[in-house]
Write a protein of this length. Sequence first.
Length: 175
Amino acid sequence: MVTDLWDFKGKKQSLSPLAGRERSAAYPLELANRIILMYSLKGDVVLDPFLGTGTTTLAAIGNCRNSIGFDLNPSVFQTQFEDLSSLRESLNRIVEKRKRDHDLFVQTRQSEGKSLLYFNQNLQTPVVTKQEKFLNLEKIIGLFRNSDEEIVAEYSSLFQTTISPQLEPAQATDQ
């Protein structure tokens, strides 16, 4: 049984005849998401030397990474960054789906009688590994262009949780 198989579909490509190419090197957002999550940390800079449709930059924004992109052929660039409000909503749906997928994984694992040894306070969910205890999913709360025409994202935890400290009972002392 192969467990590391990635199965996701791309979209039909339609380039403008002015682009000077018959097809682009566009790939599904899910591919960029997975690679960015595997090989970078929040706050890292992701370089996209073939900016094109901006897929890698979109994935970087959605995963709390910075991104720098460029393309030799500016006519290939198809901006997905015009409507920042709908872009924010789309990227947040991906983060929310990631949490739902994890919840389904937890339900399946529990129904199979498999253990979940740790608990993630940020997401209020059981997790398998110690490393996952500290995972925090973040949603985009603000997406705007600054004066340099850079896209700036502001993030907040997907779930706002209030954690009450557990206090140890006072020790009685003999005086």
